[in-house]
Design a protein around this ligand. Structure first.
Ligand code: NAD
Length: 481
């Protein structure tokens, strides 16, 4: 059985207490591995290593730093199958999804490796004709990276790769639930030959070591993805000591199906976005807002297509939807289903834990659909983070946009329509950081900015070239001959 260690100053180390936690496979409750339950002291050692490494790391050229990221990409690529298997065992998503995510990690690393060769400033004409004025980007210093369990390869990499290419050193705290996968990612950095202290990982609970990362005076910036409750707390802590922070949080993402929508495409996109990864994506569709004139036809086709969803252990051949990532997650989802029923939504598909045979060993649920949902219901407002979809109806497009916006979140949204006017109005009126037309709400491209509006984000953007905004500061330079 693997016991995952912290990675500090280029070495694999036990935490100071030596305390470990077992990580459980949500498909069968077998132990996948053990991980450290570290303390603030372990974080302090990692921050010290990152702090000491930062000056020599930032002196390297972007191209030199890029070469190391290319190496990590090659190593990760050679381990896709192995790492994807661990991911599936650790958090339940199906093997093809886990492989896709790991391959995404490889692509992100290569993208940011290339960024090391691109411009990091601009020349601005000075009012003094004898002067040269330009901007240059400098790294923040040590960056704290705090990540969730739902994308245990892609999210750490889409934060660490830009942090590193722009000259920062890193202390990462992966979600404990997926720290075995996180360790495998760090092994790739280790094997690539990163200088000591440039990349460090400490594993343990959010309230202990996550909080220490937030509070540590030598951490200049904190990049976080996770729930809005945790995010707000992190934002407050960072603000209180003047550290830069970036928060990417939850969603309550709508798909609008207009009267003229291609219903087959709309059904396919809705099912994929609502139920892939067992609904545990921040960009998952949790509300489908359908025009009354096509509602019946849409629901008929949706229910027929639902029969194609095979639930089981994500390692199994032909399995489309795995278990919930943990017992706690499953119980949260089940309690939302109870709330939905109690508040008057009509359960038209699923709604139960699966317990027959092998299902009983894990945290499996039926994919679930509620009809007759209204926006005042809890299931229409709160992020469920599970395989539950609510159907809401509308008559006028303006009403659909209003319903789409009438939640605290604003991460992603989509519309199915053939009408260019409706498309443009949707782009204009719906408050979401990612708006997609005739495409599902989930679907992020690594070279484009990603982030939310309203309570979904601290209004910063990740990925693509937008990442430079968080991971660097601008210096304006004025040179007079
Ligand atoms: P979470 O907030 O419980 O945990 C996220 C991370 O924060 C974990 O590493 C956790 O240990 C740590 N943490 C917990 N308490 C902390 C504290 N007091 N100080 C510092 N760190 C602390 O979230 P989760 O359950 O792991 O992930 C699910 C959430 O993530 C959902 O809300 C989902 O929408 C969101 N998410 C958002 C995006 C996005 O890009 N917007 C992407 C994926 C997931």
């Amino acid at each position: 059985m693997v016991t995952c260690l912290n990675y500090i100053n280029g070495e694999w180390k036990e935490s100071v207490t030596g305390e470990v936690k077992e990580i459980i496979n949500p498909a069968n409750q077998q132990v996948v591995g053990k991980v450290q339950l570290s303390t603030a002291e372990d974080v302090d050692a990692a921050v010290q290593a990152a702090f000491e490494a930062k000056n020599s790391w930032k002196k390297l050229s972007g191209a030199e730093r890029g070469q190391l990221l290319y190496k990590v990409a090659d190593i990760l690529e050679s381990r896709i199958e192995e790492i994807a298997q661990v991911m599936t065992k650790e958090m339940g998503k199906t093997l093809p999804e886990a492989k896709g995510e790991t391959a995404r990690g490889v692509a992100i690393l290569r993208y940011y490796a290339g960024e090391g060769m691109r411009k990091t400033g601009e020349v601005i004409p000075s009012t003094d004709s004898a002067a040269l004025m330009y901007t240059t980007r400098v790294p923040l210093g040590v960056v704290g990276v705090i990540t969730p369990w739902n994308f245990p390869v892609a999210i750490p990499i889409w934060k660490m790769a830009p942090a590193l290419i722009y000259g920062n050193t890193v202390v990462i705290k992966p979600a404990t639930e997926t720290a075995v996968t996180g360790t495998k990612v760090l092994e790739c950095f280790h094997e690539a030959g990163f200088p000591k202290g440039v990349v460090n990982m400490v594993i343990g609970s959010g309230s202990t070591i996550g909080q220490r990362i937030v509070d540590h005076p030598n951490i200049a910036g904190i990049t976080f993805t996770g729930s809005d409750t945790t995010g707000k707390r992190i934002g407050q802590g960072a603000l209180a000591r003047g550290a830069k922070y970036q928060l990417e949080m939850g969603g309550k993402n709508p798909t609008i199906v207009a009267a003229d929508a291609d219903l087959d495409k709309a059904v396919e996109g809705t099912i994929s976005a609502a139920f892939k990864s067992t609904g545990q994506k921040c960009t998952a569709t949790s509300r489908v807002i359908v025009h009354n004139s096509v509602k019946e036809a849409f629901v008929d086709r949706l229910l027929t297509a639902m029969e194609g969803i095979t639930v089981g252990d994500g390692l199994g051949e032909g399995i489309w939807m795995g278990p919930c990532a943990s017992e706690g997650q499953m119980n949260t989802v089940l309690s939302y289903i109870e709330k939905g029923k109690a508040e008057g939504a009509k359960l038209i598909y699923g709604g139960n834990r699966l317990t027959d045979g092998d299902y009983g060993k894990g945290f499996f649920m039926e994919p679930t659909i509620f009809d007759e949902v209204t926006n005042d219901m809890t299931i229409a407002q709160e992020e469920i983070f599970g395989p539950v979809l609510g159907i809401i109806t509308f008559d006028e497009l303006s009403e659909a946009f209003q319903l789409a916006n009438d939640v605290e979140y604003g991460l992603s949204a989509s519309i199915y329509t053939e009408n260019i006017g409706a498309m443009l109005q949707f782009v204009e009126e719906v408050d979401a950081g990612l708006v997609r037309i005739n495409a599902e709400t989930a679907g992020v491209e690594l070279q484009a900015p990603f982030g939310g509006m309203k309570q979904s984000s601290s209004h910063s953007r990740e990925q693509g070239q937008a990442a430079i905004e968080f991971f660097t500061s601008i210096k304006t330079v004025f040179v007079k001959g």
